[in-house]
Design a protein around this ligand. Structure first.
Ligand code: HEC
Ligand code: HEC
Length: 331
């Protein structure tokens, strides 16, 4: 039948566009990056350092520095692996956490450029191996050590002199992993993971939290000044103000978002955005929030999809039957 042939040609081209060309175009816009499913064992970091050694050798510049960085990364991730095998004692870790709580708590204040996350529900957000790496060496763990090559210190750098031996690191991480595992809303996940740097205009939230509704213009302006002050600090720390994320989930492909959050250096080499060390579960929550805010009609659209398809199928069958009926006597 001619109609069926026409219909299948149209359908096939639509499907090729949808599943083939569009994702292909996206993948061409950004280079393909291998994801590691939110495991943090240093593989990506060591590969990066190896690539830099190769470039240094080729251009014969700073070869010794590149080799030293590579060696340091190998030692660092081997240390992390060793510590991750220890049995952490959460009760002991709770005592050690007092040293972290000075900076990390509800209502924390800006420290060296950003307001530290509360860590109230750390177990639901972060990967265990990443936390070990972070307490061992924050700049190295978040893969922004290139920023701290000279005298500048990571704002959390002081922990490396407070929680030093392997067992203490394992203990404090064991305590963190027990904190409210699994009980985090997508909004809380966003706030702790990204909110200290990124605003979400569509959700009326900024680097200092939700923007209240003010009756007096004077109060609204006073709040705005506080936001601008915080943003100036973040900008000073990061080199530029991190972009608003309201629409980012639509602008970037899912694959890009995932690999970028897992390791920002993989997509934007040299960027000042640190790795945030989210577990797979933690990332899913952040992504859910970005989707809810950036694409609020998505659930409705997805729910209506099958009905639209069903309508077209039924309609096509009826149209075909009707046409047959009309043409029957003409043959
Ligand atoms: C001197 C203040 C300070 C102390 C003490 C401190 N931190 Fe932090 N912490 C920070 C700051 C500031 C950040 C945000 C850094 C950034 O975003 O670049 C941070 C970030 C974090 C994060 C989020 C990391 C990420 O990559 O998203 C975790 C988890 C964390 N700290 C755990 C701890 C633990 C555990 C301790 C104690 C062993 C501790 N911190 C002690 C200031 C501190
Ligand atoms: C400590 C600050 C900080 C934190 C925390 C942070 N970011 Fe960023 N982010 C930045 C900065 C700075 C940039 C700009 C990077 C650049 O242009 O080099 C950026 C850029 C981005 C971009 C744009 C990348 C592009 O292709 O232009 C995305 C997407 C993003 N961040 C997502 C996130 C998500 C999701 C989180 C939470 C899981 C997060 N960020 C946490 C500082 C941060």
């Amino acid at each position: 039948m001619k109609e069926l042939k026409i219909f299948s040609v149209v359908a096939i081209f639509t499907l090729i566009l949808y599943w083939g060309v569009e994702p292909f175009a996206h993948s061409q816009m950004h280079k393909h990056v291998e994801g590691h499913n939110f495991t943090y064992d240093g593989t990506a970091d060591i590969e990066e350092a190896e690539a830099k050694v190769a470039v240094a050798k080729e251009t014969k510049t700073k070869v010794a520095e590149a080799e030293a960085t590579l060696a340091a990364k190998k030692t660092f991730w081997a240390d992390v692996k060793r510590i991750s095998k220890l049995n952490g004692n959460a009760a002991n870790g709770e005592g050690l956490f007092a040293m972290c709580a000075g900076c990390h708590m509800e209502g924390a204040v800006n420290m060296g450029g950003v307001t530290p996350p509360s860590l109230e529900k750390a177990g639901a957000l972060y990967d265990k191996n990443y936390l070990i790496a972070l307490v061992k060496n924050p700049a190295m763990a978040s893969n922004v050590d290139h920023k701290y090559a000279d005298t500048m210190m990571h704002p959390m750098g002081s922990v490396t002199t407070m929680v030093v031996d392997d067992q203490s690191i394992a203990d404090v991480v064991a305590f963190l992993m027990e904190k409210k595992k699994g009980e985090m809303t997508s909004k809380e996940a966003f706030k702790d993971a990204c909110g200290r740097c990124h605003a979400m205009r569509y959700a009326k939230t900024t680097q200092i939290g939700d923007t209240p509704v003010f009756k007096e213009k004077k109060d609204a302006l006073a709040h705005e000044i506080k936001v601008l002050d915080e943003q100036a600090l973040v900008k000073g720390y990061m080199g530029k103000l991190p972009p608003d994320l309201s629409m980012m989930i639509r602008a970037r492909s899912a694959e890009y978002m995932e690999t970028f959050v897992e390791n920002p250096q993989s997509q934007l080499p040299g960027t000042s955005m640190p790795r945030t060390g989210l577990s797979h579960e933690g990332y899913e929550k952040v992504k859910q929030y970005l989707t809810e805010i950036g694409d609020p009609s998505k659930p409705a659209r997805e729910a209506i999809g099958p009905w639209v398809v069903l309508f077209f199928v039924v309609f096509s069958v009826l149209a075909l039957l009707w046409k047959k009926e009309k043409w029957r006597d003409h043959h």
